[in-house]
Design a protein around this ligand. Structure first.
Ligand SMILES: N[C@@H](CCC(=O)N[C@@H](CS)C(=O)NCC(=O)O)C(=O)O
Length: 203
């Protein structure tokens, strides 16, 4: 039977979280690594909004929001209980990540395009979320205790990007638990596996 298709972009944090959940759940997919500037016609046909990730199941069903792909994958198989965390608090943290934090991340990363304020301004705004995560990590190595849950995987690709804007600055910060958390997730076998390079797909 044909594998589900995942339209993906290696460096996209939304696609990273989807690939990690699919891989963790043991769901084999055909990964189609796209060029954002030249999106495949089939992808746009099934999901005209034109963002990755997009999952096309064997029965034709399309899931085109990264969190929905994660939840769908975990509903198939969630051996380590990624869905076990406090669902309301988990959703709140992810919503803050995808909302205000992502906006500050983009402004910090591309500060030249947002000249109203210096990069440090956007960085400080983003730091409010880092401080919240640091607090959340005081009671365990992961956001909801001592094992990985959905929120860790949904959020860390964005924190990785934030840290990478100015790694030497990030290194000087006092987010001790957060740095350890990020380091563990970035060096995990699961992350390394989903970051393997793929040839670009063209249809
Ligand atoms: N809400 C979407 C956001 C996905 C998203 O914005 N992906 C970016 C790449 S990181 C994208 O495809 N942008 C379209 C483009 O750059 O043309 C999700 O969670 O899947």
């Amino acid at each position: 039977m044909a594998l589900p298709i995942l339209y993906s972009y290696r460096r996209c944090p939304y696609a990273m979280r989807a690939r990690m959940a699919l891989s963790y759940a043991g769901i084999r997919v055909e990964i189609r690594e796209i060029a954002l500037k030249d999106k495949p016609a089939h992808m746009l046909q099934v999901s005209p909004k034109g963002t990755v990730p997009v999952l096309v199941l064997a029965d034709g069903k399309v899931i085109d929001q990264s969190l929905d792909i994660m939840v769908w994958a975990l509903q198939q198989n969630d051996a380590d209980g990624w869905l076990a965390a406090d669902a309301v608090r988990s959703q709140q943290l992810i919503a803050e990540n995808d909302g205000a934090f992502k906006q500050n991340l983009d402004r910090y990363k591309y500060a030249i395009r947002f000249p109203e304020q210096p990069a440090e301004y956007y960085r400080s705004a983003g730091e409010q979320f880092l401080a919240k995560l640091e607090l959340q990590l005081q009671s365990g190595d992961f956001l909801f205790g001592n094992s990985v849950t959905l929120a860790d995987i949904a959020i860390f690709p964005f924190i990785r990007q934030f840290a990478a804007v100015d790694p030497s600055w990030f290194e000087t910060t006092d987010y001790i638990k957060l740095k350890y958390w990020l380091q563990r997730l970035v060096t995990s076998a699961l992350f390394e596996q989903v970051m393997a390079k793929q040839p670009t797909y063209t249809d």
